[in-house]
Design a protein around this ligand. Structure first.
Ligand code: PAF
Length: 284
């Protein structure tokens, strides 16, 4: 695997691959890679001759009181894992390369509507940072295909909206969430959990499953959401939201039309110092 940290070197390598008629699949990450990320690389491998991954802990998507400073950085393990997973090129931009005028003076990409609820409401500015950095990464790598995990359900919707609205010629592929044996969604933030909190964290997936069953049994959404919040609170979580939405993230009672029979239950909750998010899609 090639490791590249300069834009001109990235461009010349990508150009040589494109000249050879090779398609490029891209997996953007913030590093501290686990089996979930490796499965994104495997999916990317199926979609193109060449796979590029980026590792960039993006300062603009963290709020002032969030975990940017302590976000786990594991460069050697990341490189080893990407090599084993079959990645061809690791793109490692510096903050200066990503934001040449400084992170505070950058041109911003702001996606409307889909960013206004849930994570967008609880983490003001987060999706502006995500959309801005992903637009930059797309311009740097210019992939044919980009792979994102379904665990960040709303992020995926934000990226799809941006790609459609700004006419990026990039196919967005959604990868299934990888889970630990007890159902906990794999996440770099899981390692913040204490030994005591770790088994408790699996409750999130259990509550999502209970929400699915209740909706499918015909229970009203407000009741389902209240029960989920109550169950998580009793298990020691501070709940940001536990909601049921249509898969376009509008309210379930929006009416008929595309996606009228598909739902997603979404949870964001804190256990001690660790904020976890997860979701479950299902048919009704
Ligand atoms: O999902 C992530 O790891 C990040 O939000 C992303 C897409 C790499 C942008 O920094």
């Amino acid at each position: 695997m090639l490791t590249v940290d300069q834009l001109d070197a990235l461009r010349s390598t990508l150009q040589s691959w494109r000249r050879a008629g090779e398609r490029i699949a891209f997996v953007p990450t913030m590093g501290n890679l686990h089996a979930g990320h490796h499965s994104l690389i495997a999916l990317a491998r199926e979609r193109a001759e060449r796979v590029v991954a980026s590792v960039f802990v993006n300062p603009t998507q963290f709020g002032p009181n969030e975990d940017f400073g302590r976000y786990p950085r594991t460069p050697q393990a990341d490189a080893d894992g990407l090599t084993a997973a079959g990645c061809d090129l690791l793109w490692l931009p510096s903050v200066e390369t990503m934001y040449p005028y400084g992170a505070d003076n950058t041109v911003q990409v702001r996606v409307p509507r889909v960013t206004e609820t849930l994570e967008g409401a609880h983490r003001p500015g987060h999706f502006d940072g995500v959309a801005t950095v992903v637009a930059r990464l797309f311009n740097q790598v210019q992939p044919d295909v980009a792979v994102f995990g379904r665990k960040d359900f709303q992020q995926l919707a934000v990226i799809r909206y941006m790609v459609a609205d700004l006419a990026f010629p990039i196919e967005i592929v959604a990868a299934p969430t990888r889970r630990e044996a007890d159902g906990l969604a794999m996440s770099s933030r899981n390692q913040y959990l204490s030994a005591e909190e770790r088994p408790q964290a699996a409750q999130i997936h259990q509550v999502l499953q209970a929400m699915r069953e209740a909706v499918q049994a015909g229970q009203a959404h407000p009741q389902v959401e209240a029960d989920a919040t109550q169950r998580l609170t009793a298990a020691g979580f501070a709940v940001d939201y536990a909601v049921v939405r249509r898969t376009d993230l509008t309210l379930p009672e929006t009416g008929s039309g595309q996606g009228a029979d598909a739902r997603v239950a979404l949870i964001a909750a804190r256990l001690g110092r660790t904020r976890l998010i997860d979701n479950l899609e299902f048919a009704v």
